[in-house]
Design a protein around this ligand. Structure first.
Ligand code: HEC
Ligand code: HEC
Ligand code: HEC
Ligand code: HEC
Ligand code: HEC
Length: 233
């Protein structure tokens, strides 16, 4: 980016030269130098803004969820905690994002009449239409992931991989990578690649990093024999 700014900085310098006959040489020299330095700083600042703020905005498109949902409110209303809506079926598969079935006992009709609830009841419950929730953690189709292995097998908490969604009051916008079509929660929010929490990112290396620490199989992505088929279909 900064190499793009260089020609501009040169232009400014040339301008100063073209105007030189009208000015005493000493004045022109120091003024041009300061101007050149200033435009370098401005250019640098601009490219940093483009790199750090604008680039992710261009790369990701934000979509809001079809209905906002408060985990905080609902966790007090249900009897069975998270499992009231996210449970394991008898065959061990994970139910994932809830279906209307998990909502209609309470939302047959509008209760409190907020805009959000009205949209939910009128557009989805009344029409028996499933809500097209956007799944933040959705992996590409080639990835095999089993909740049972991690929840029953490894006794892990939801938070380790999903952060605080389970206690949140509102659903954050879903950010879709315009190039890959994947959720931003896979690639991570820090464009510099920093990771502070285990749930900040869920790329191949993040799965593998934990598997290596936990000592399961030879699951190092680089070295493991047959390791690819642990996570890939
Ligand atoms: C009353 C139903 C209900 C209960 C109870 C509930 N959830 Fe949810 N949960 C939802 C709905 C609806 C969504 C869909 C929003 C979405 O797509 O993220 C969701 C989404 C999620 C997601 C996001 C999945 C993704 O990647 O998009 C996580 C994580 C989650 N819930 C965790 C929890 C945890 C942890 C608890 C218990 C503390 C819990 N939920 C209790 C209804 C519920
Ligand atoms: C055990 C009963 C119960 C279940 C099951 C339940 N809800 Fe609710 N829900 C409530 C109550 C009570 C409120 C009103 C809370 C309030 O605003 O005081 C509410 C409020 C809402 C609202 C409105 C919140 C707002 O911002 O105004 C939405 C949307 C909603 N629920 C969606 C769902 C969805 C989707 C499901 C199924 C995944 C679900 N609910 C399951 C009891 C339930
Ligand atoms: C080891 C990390 C890990 C743990 C622990 C974990 N999840 Fe997930 N979860 C994932 C991944 C990865 C996906 C995406 C799976 C895919 O797209 O194939 C996912 C997907 C989901 C989804 C969306 C599923 C869908 O496609 O409909 C929900 C809801 C969810 N998880 C809830 C939970 C809840 C609730 C818990 C705790 C009981 C939990 N998860 C524990 C990693 C984890
Ligand atoms: C924070 C730690 C952690 C993360 C992150 C994690 N896993 Fe795991 N995973 C485990 C542990 C521990 C086990 C072993 C469970 C057991 O004892 O059966 C496991 C087991 C598995 C298994 C079953 C392996 C087998 O042959 O039994 C698969 C498949 C798997 N993980 C895929 C994934 C994928 C894909 C991701 C990333 C999207 C992921 N895991 C992220 C800790 C993790
Ligand atoms: C611990 C689990 C795990 C193992 C082991 C693993 N992968 Fe992956 N792989 C993933 C996950 C999760 C993704 C999706 C996220 C990403 O792109 O990083 C992925 C993505 C990929 C992709 C890109 C697919 C796409 O559609 O973007 C390729 C190619 C790939 N893996 C190849 C391999 C090969 C080859 C091996 C064996 C050397 C391997 N993987 C081992 C978890 C794993």
């Amino acid at each position: 980016m900064s190499s793009n700014e260089d020609p501009k900085a040169k232009d400014v310098n040339d301008d100063a030269h073209a105007a030189s006959p009208a000015h005493p040489p000493s004045d022109e020299k120091s003024g041009g130098g300061a101007y050149l330095f200033l435009s370098f700083i401005v250019g640098l600042a601009l490219s940093m803004v483009v790199g750090w703020a604008v680039f992710p905005k261009v790369l990701y498109s934000k979509k809001s969820q079809p209905v906002d949902f408060s985990h905080k409110v609902h966790i007090e209303e249900v009897d069975n905690g998270c499992e009231s809506c996210h449970f394991f079926r008898e065959d061990g598969t994970f139910s994932g994002v809830p279906k209307l079935e998990q909502c209609i006992d309470c939302h047959e009709e509008v209760m409190v009449g907020t805009e959000n609830e009205t949209v939910f009841v009128e557009q989805y419950v009344a029409k028996e239409r499933e809500v097209p929730w956007l799944v933040y953690s959705r992996q590409p189709d080639c990835v095999f992931f089993s909740h049972a292995a991690h929840i029953y097998g490894a006794q892990m908490e939801c938070r380790t991989c999903h952060g605080d969604i389970g206690t949140s009051d509102t659903l954050k916008p879903y950010e879709e990578n315009r190039i890959t079509g994947y959720s931003r929660d896979i690639w991570g929010h820090s464009i510099a690649g920093f990771k502070h929490n285990s749930w900040d990112r869920m790329k191949m290396d993040d799965c593998a990093e934990c598997h290596e620490t936990a000592g399961i199989h030879d699951s190092s992505v680089q070295t493991g024999r047959d390791a690819c088929f642990v996570c890939h279909k």
